[in-house]
Ligand binder design. Structure first.
Ligand code: ARG
Length: 473
């Protein structure tokens, strides 16, 4: 604690230990890797600008890589007693190389440094989250292929609506998660510019070239405006908003698992390994994992709200409030990745009770729209047909006879589906429930998966720049 802060020149007294603790940023452990890679790129930029010589560059790069090797397994170690990762790394480097270490921070500020680290973190975090969402999509598609023509009721207002195939139903989940994947891709591409060289707020009087370090780090280009670049955190909010959307979709499929695993529905059963028991009621098998996915969606949404509130009303230029955006950013990415992994495990381990689903899907009342369509095809105006079938529904319920029987009595020439499968196959419309439509969706979904995989490959090539700078792989 008796160490001086590296910025302490203009101060007569040392920072109060309580103030150090209050201002410190322990979550920076997650930025360690990016801080070192960014510092190596910056050192290379200093050499290119003639501010340091090749020998000093070698010493700095060697020192930074050495620090990375020593602390990457446990960055907490280097952080203890330090304000943040930037100070910790610079101090260690200077201890190791008292001649060259103090030159590293030339033309740079912690403001452009942390903005850079956060962009590098977000890039890798987004790709990690994308990988878990892609794995989930694969699992969902295999459910669709396996149960391509298993009928179940669909629900509106959670009331039985019209029968569909389980494949069509699960493809709805697929498309939601595909939108999350594409949203995250857009966020990645929008954040992939380098803020390094913006300095504290106003750039530098030294001949640094932000475009040089930008390309070393695999960015698509440098910032446009130093004031904006040093304090912009839009990308953090965009990333967490994309996390919230994925979490909403994960919580919806989790809620469905909770509901469908009740004795009342009985559509799915979870494997024992993914279920929990009751401390009192021996018969219980509870879907705690699914409930936690649902619950964690609330925490991730809370993260987004906390970030908006922290960022609200901040003046242009760096303010320390921005430090508060880091934890919710890190937590959201890590949490939603693990939620996606958990849902993927549940979906692949679940057994679907297709018999029970089929039984409920065969409820003739849920073929009422096909009956209306039949009357419409015979020339009856829709509203009249709707009223007529409505009356038939009431009669079927009152007299306890099937809707088909009531319909055949009054309109023997109108085709009424004999089964759920027949009703489903009547809906040949685009994106509708018939097998032909479902097969088209599966082909389209494979195309989207291939496109997403290609995107991942090309961005992984960009991101390899970080490992290259760190001297690995
Ligand atoms: N730890 C700070 C953060 O995370 C780094 C930037 C500090 N800059 C400053 N001018 N105090 O935001």
């Amino acid at each position: 604690m008796s160490r001086k802060e590296l910025w302490s020149g203009r101060f007569r007294k040392q920072l109060d230990p309580g103030a150090l603790k209050f201002t410190s940023s322990p979550e920076d452990a997650l930025l360690f890797r990016y801080d070192i890679a960014g510092s190596i790129a910056h050192a290379m930029g200093l050499e290119r600008a003639g501010i340091i010589g090749p020998k000093e560059l070698k010493t700095l790069v060697g020192g930074l890589r050495n620090i990375y090797g020593r602390f990457s397994a446990d960055p907490e170690k280097i952080l203890s007693g330090e304000e943040d990762v930037h100070m910790a790394v610079e101090r260690k480097l200077t201890e190791m190389h008292p001649g060259s270490g103090p030159r590293l921070h030339t033309g740079r500020s912690r403001n452009d440094q942390v903005a850079l680290d956060l962009r590098l973190y977000s890039r890798e975090g987004i790709v990690r989250l994308l990988a878990s969402l892609m794995a989930l999509e694969k699992t969902i598609l295999s459910v669709c292929r396996k149960h391509i023509s298993a009928p179940l009721p669909s629900y509106t207002h959670l009331q039985r609506a019209q029968p569909v195939y389980l494949s069509h139903y699960y493809l709805a989940h697929f498309w939601r998660f595909m939108r999350d994947i594409q949203r995250l891709q857009r966020v990645f591409d929008a954040l992939n510019t380098s803020p390094l060289g913006a300095g504290a707020i106003a750039g530098s009087s030294l001949p640094l070239e932000p475009s040089f370090t930008s390309s070393l780090l695999g960015f698509s280009g440098p910032f446009d405006n130093s004031i904006d670049a040093s304090s912009d955190r839009d990308f953090c909010l965009d990333t967490v908003h994309a996390c919230v959307m994925a979490a909403l979709h994960l919580s919806a499929i989790a809620e469905e698992i909770v509901l469908w695993s009740t004795a009342e529905f009985g559509y799915v059963s979870l494997p024992d390994a993914l279920s929990t028991g009751s401390s009192l009621m021996p018969h219980k098998k509870n879907p705690d994992l699914a409930e936690l996915v649902r619950g964690k969606c609330g925490s991730v949404t809370g993260n987004f709200v906390s970030m908006v509130v922290s960022a609200k009303g901040l003046p242009l230029g760096y303010s320390r409030d921005l430090q508060e955006l880091k934890k919710p950013l890190f937590e959201s990415i890590e949490e939603v990745s693990s939620m996606a992994g958990t849902v993927s495990e549940m979906v692949s381990g679940i057994s679907f009770n297709t018999g029970r689903m089929a039984e409920n899907a065969s409820d003739q009342l849920s073929f009422s729209v096909e009956a209306v369509d039949g009357l419409v095809r015979s020339g009856m105006p829709f509203r009249e047909a709707h009223g007529a079938v409505g009356k038939a529904v009431a009669e079927s319920i009152e007299k306890g006879i099937s809707l088909g029987a009531v319909m055949r009595k009054s309109w023997p020439d109108i085709v009424f589906p004999e089964s759920a499968g027949e009703a489903i196959e009547m809906r040949l419309s685009h994106g509708g429930s018939s097998l032909a439509s479902v097969r088209k969706q599966i082909t389209a979904s494979s195309g989207e998966m291939a496109r997403a995989r290609k995107w991942m490959e090309s961005r992984s090539r960009l991101m390899a720049a970080v490992d290259l700078l760190l001297g690995g792989k």
